[in-house]
Design a protein around this ligand. Structure first.
Ligand SMILES: Cc1cc2nc3c(=O)[nH]c(=O)nc-3n(C[C@H](O)[C@H](O)[C@H](O)COP(=O)(O)OP(=O)(O)OC[C@H]3O[C@@H](n4cnc5c(N)ncnc54)[C@H](O)[C@@H]3O)c2cc1C
Length: 269
């Protein structure tokens, strides 16, 4: 079984810089981390391999510095890592991002002649774009079923997938489908393992990060990057904090009373 895990490198700082020309985030030279949800996606991928066998393949679309994120997941136990990097991918919105990831996955499936025995795992959302759109869009691009907000995962009869999915606040629903499938995970699904020294040495000395550009994945330049993006970011700005927040304390009654007083003073009620 092929287990594909999509990871995004995101700014590790809240103070982000915006490129005034393209209105996209400046990523070069900014301290970056692996998108927190994606570490849980990687952990699920590795545990699936440990329990059911298979190969875990991590993919990331980003600037060359995203190699660092892929080395980190290789040290956690991922088998192979692909960095989709090319100026032509820059400025991609979620549609162009998921199209690019889909082309890479289709290429790898074709090369290994895998038709149905695979799974794609994404995080629910990224801390920067925060749209939660890439997972579902990638499933559409691959024309496979998708299950989002996954809390628990198991495989039966070789290709039957049974998951528990967070539904509204308290409820959980159980969903069943067959491979291939795309799942996006929530943080509550597991606790990502910390790579050991051997894992880190292995990741840098014995494992490779394979670079793929637009030509390598057979991309039509009009469908990737800024060209392939349907959404245009007109303005990104850090909202200015207008008012101070008030923390209410005391019993429910006392807090309710204080809230009403404040709303009354502010002429809201
Ligand atoms: C502030 C801001 C606002 C934006 N608003 C929009 C918008 O409204 N609409 C829009 O189309 N684009 C928007 N973008 C661009 C968008 O961030 C990028 O398209 C991005 O590549 C994917 O979207 P996301 O960050 O929302 O990821 P999400 O959809 O939230 O990510 C979900 C999962 O998809 C996978 N994934 C996402 N990106 C990658 C990647 N590059 N490589 C590998 N796996 C990945 C990860 O598993 C991740 O957990 C915005 C970007 C910024 C910085």
């Amino acid at each position: 079984m092929k287990v594909f895990v999509c990871i995004k490198q995101v700014p590790g700082v809240s103070e982000v810089k915006i490129d005034p020309k393209t209105n996209t985030l400046v990523r070069e030279g900014i301290p970056s981390i692996i998108n927190p949800h994606d570490k849980h996606a990687v952990e699920l991928g590795i545990s699936i391999k440990e329990e059911y066998g298979g190969e875990v393949i991590a993919l990331s679309m980003g600037p060359p510095q995203a190699e660092k994120a892929l080395r980190e997941v290789l040290s956690m136990g991922v088998d192979k890592a692909y960095l989709l990097t090319d100026r032509a991918f820059a400025g991609a919105d979620t549609l162009a991002t998921s199209h690019t990831l889909a082309l890479a996955i289709k290429k790898l499936l074709k090369e290994t002649n895998v038709k149905r025995k695979y799974i794609v795992i994404c995080g629910t959302q990224a801390t920067d774009g925060d749209t939660a759109q890439v997972g579902p869009e990638l499933a559409e691009e691959l024309n496979i079923p998708q299950i989002t907000y996954v809390l628990k995962f198991r495989l039966e009869e070789d290709d039957k997938v049974i998951v528990e999915r967070a539904f509204r606040t308290e409820e959980v629903v159980e969903i069943e489908t067959r491979l291939p499938v795309l799942v996006s995970v929530v943080k509550e699904i597991n606790v990502p393992r910390m790579p050991g020294v051997q894992g880190i040495v292995n990741a840098y000395q014995n494992k490779e990060v394979i670079y793929l550009n637009a030509d390598d994945i057979g991309a039509d330049k009009s469908k990737i990057g800024l060209n392939g993006s349907m959404t245009e970011v007109w303005k990104i700005f850090i909202p200015e904090k207008k008012v101070d927040h008030v923390v209410l304390t005391g019993t429910i009654e006392e807090m309710a009373q204080e809230l009403c007083n404040n709303l009354h003073d502010d002429k809201v009620i």
